[in-house]
Design a protein around this ligand. Structure first.
Ligand code: NAD
Ligand code: SER
Length: 338
């Protein structure tokens, strides 16, 4: 205290104590397609040291491990609890899961990871160790008996993939924990997400990212879905904004505690390729559908998200043309070419 006045010393102590008691946000699955962009945005909004990133991977991008980072297997309940307690974590964004295509090759493991991870986090909130949870669901909760166009929030839901079954079960558990134990859990049924900062992790909608990687490297793209497979999609910045908006909305405005439909842009591979060809005339695509075609065929063409619009003022921004420009610019080394 030698060089400080008593006033300065007192203020520095107060700041120190405030930092100590400041609660943290934990992102689980931080090194995946959504996690990377979400962590960066949350750190921008709330400060780097407020956002603790975690993943089972050791080899995460520097942008993530440059800030607070810890390895965690979400199925390790006691390590999760220790991290939450030691870091005064009050909010968890749970992104760790197996996606639709990968899950089909490991159905039992996909069920275990997708459900156990969610239970571990819901239980922390039930025991009031954390206050708020974000957990994403998916358009995969719908099945071929759901209306395919402008699929409503509440409708027939008979998913045929292990991924969709786990997401639908997860939604029911989220609502149950909210109703029974007053757990503040919030969820969105993301469409297929399109980003260039981070690669997709084994979903059926990944073609809509892979196609740009090939377009930028002047290679022909072989699409594993047919030309007419229309699916709901969204540009990543819109998805990140939706995620933060639903988490920041007043609790009483979140009327749906299973998961909200969320719509971006719907298109098929041919429409996307046509738009890319407007910018890259040499771009070529051919179609060789594989097992992912049946998954895509069971999912909606487009989504009605009027509940999200009404309850927490959701509005999508990016259109197909902007998305194509942003993806080509983002992935291109030579930006002049776009
Ligand atoms: P991703 O596969 O890119 O990332 C998942 C991350 O979780 C990976 O970094 C992986 O290493 C990590 N992980 C896997 N097992 C783990 C474990 N046991 N413990 C801790 N971390 C583990 O997935 P994503 O696209 O970022 O998706 C995140 C969430 O959003 C998932 O729940 C997914 O179902 C959902 N979602 C994604 C999309 C999409 O288009 N990306 C669409 C709908 C829903
Ligand atoms: N993009 C995801 C997938 O294809 C949808 O949840 O698996």
């Amino acid at each position: 205290m030698t060089n400080l006045s008593f006033g300065d010393y007192f203020i520095s102590k107060v700041i120190f104590v405030q930092i100590l008691v400041m609660s943290k946000i934990l992102v689980v699955g931080a090194c995946g397609q959504i996690g990377i962009e979400l962590v960066l945005e949350l750190r921008k909004l709330y400060g780097t040291h407020t956002v603790l990133a975690s993943d089972i991977k050791d080899n995460c991008p520097e942008a993530i491990i440059d800030g607070p980072y810890i390895t965690l297997d979400i199925m390790d309940k006691s390590k999760l609890e220790t991290i939450v307690e030691n870091n005064n974590v009050k909010q968890v964004y749970l992104l760790a899961a197996l996606l639709s295509a990968t899950a089909e090759s490991k159905p039992r493991f996909a069920w275990k990871l997708n459900m156990e991870g969610l239970f571990n986090v819901l239980e922390l909130a039930k025991s009031k160790k954390i206050n708020k949870i974000f957990w994403p669901s998916s358009i995969a909760v719908f099945g071929s008996n759901s209306p395919m166009d402008q699929t409503p929030q509440h409708t027939v839901m008979e998913p045929s993939t292990v991924y969709g079954i786990s997401k639908l079960a997860g939604e029911r558990w989220c609502e149950y924990y909210h109703n029974k134990y007053d757990v503040d859990v919030r969820s969105i049924r993301y469409p297929g997400l399109i980003s260039y900062k981070s690669a997709p992790g084994g979903g059926t909608t990944d073609y809509a990212v892979d196609i740009f990687v090939k377009a930028v490297s002047h290679d022909e793209y072989t699409c594993y879905l047919s030309a007419e497979s229309k699916l709901p999609m969204m540009y990543m910045s819109d998805a990140i904004r939706a995620t933060i908006e639903i988490m920041e909305a007043p609790s009483d405005s979140i009327k749906i505690r299973s998961s909200y439909n969320l719509a971006g842009i719907s298109f098929n591979p041919k429409e996307l390729a046509d738009e890319i060809q407007k910018k890259r005339a040499d771009f070529k695509i051919k179609y060789q559908p594989d097992f992912r075609q049946a998954i895509a065929d069971s999912w909606p063409n487009s989504i009605d998200d009027s509940c999200a619009q009404k309850d927490w003022n959701w509005k999508n921004e990016s259109k197909l043309k902007d998305l194509v420009s942003k993806m080509l610019i983002g992935l291109s080394r030579d930006k002049e070419e776009v």
